[in-house]
Design a protein around this ligand. Structure first.
Ligand SMILES: Nc1ncnc2c1ncn2[C@@H]1O[C@H](COP(=O)(O)OP(=O)(O)OP(=O)(O)O)[C@@H](O)[C@H]1O
Ligand SMILES: [Mg+2]
Length: 235
């Protein structure tokens, strides 16, 4: 589904990812863990062509990144919502963007598009806020709007960067349920997190990033406080 081979990313000559390799197979649920600044976001961005690779290779669904066009097959939830673009958008409009890669930019939405948007909004518990501007929602609610946007595209692979950061316990539970459903339907998930919380039972594999390198790839840590200090098993 997703293959990163010996990826090197450097900013201003300073390596942030130092020859990282990661291969995610269908139906895996992979948690990417690690301290602040370790390179987690950079790793997922590199895997999606959003961070400049100075070395290595990336393949999505078996296709080298530069030839990859099937963006509807994946959904991406970035770590932070873009600070006010100035264009007022309602919750529904942002979630509907998730359908664009599927329906083509110049076509009118079909009933299937509207249905997918409605279902995604319901899945994150924001159906009743659909007409409100995104800007009036709280940070945690805006995060859920982005998750709904990714779900609306009915992707095969979901990549989420800290989907539960700053999200209250009830919403984390709701998100876990929603992700569970996605996985049950055959979806593959890669997400960055600091704490696994209610997502713990879902994950099949944990990858720990430390100073731009993968120091653990395998069994999930026993507790939420475990991953910041990689132990033995470290590669
Ligand atoms: N666009 C950029 N320009 C310059 N430096 C960057 C850029 N993006 C990331 N970095 C640097 O790369 C390092 C890794 O950043 P990254 O965002 O990948 O960390 P992270 O593990 O996701 O951290 P966090 O847990 O805080 O989200 C940091 O030192 C950061 O300052
Ligand atoms: Mg990050």
């Amino acid at each position: 589904m997703l293959e990163v081979e010996q990826a090197v990313v450097a900013y201003d000559g300073r390596p942030v990812l130092d020859g990282v390799s990661l291969k995610v197979a269908p139906s895996e649920v992979v948690a990417i863990l690690g301290a602040n600044g370790s390179g987690k976001s950079t790793l997922v961005k590199a895997a999606l062509g959003l961070a400049p690779l100075v070395g290595g290779e990336v393949r999505l669904f078996g296709t080298p990144l530069r030839r990859f066009r099937e963006w509807h097959r994946l959904g991406y939830v970035p770590q932070r919502i873009g600070a006010g673009s100035g264009v007022p958008a309602t919750v529904r409009e942002v979630v509907a963007e998730g359908r664009l890669a599927r329906r083509g930019f110049l076509r009118l939405p079909k009933p299937a598009d509207r249905r997918a948007v409605g279902e995604a909004l319901a899945a994150v518990g924001l159906a009743d806020r659909a007409r409100e501007p995104v800007s009036v929602l709280s940070g945690g609610q805006q995060q859920r709007v982005l998750i709904a946007r990714a779900l609306a595209g009915a992707p095969e692979l979901l990549v989420l960067d800290e989907p539960t950061a700053g999200v209250d316990a009830a919403s984390q539970e709701a998100f876990a349920v929603c992700l569970h459903r996605f996985v049950d339907q055959g979806g593959t998930v890669v997400f960055v997190a600091h704490e696994l919380g209610p997502l713990r039972p879902l994950i099949t594999r944990a990858v720990v990033v430390h100073h731009g390198e993968i120091v653990h790839d395998g069994a999930p840590p026993e507790t939420d406080n475990d991953h910041v200090h990689p132990h033995a098993g470290a590669a």
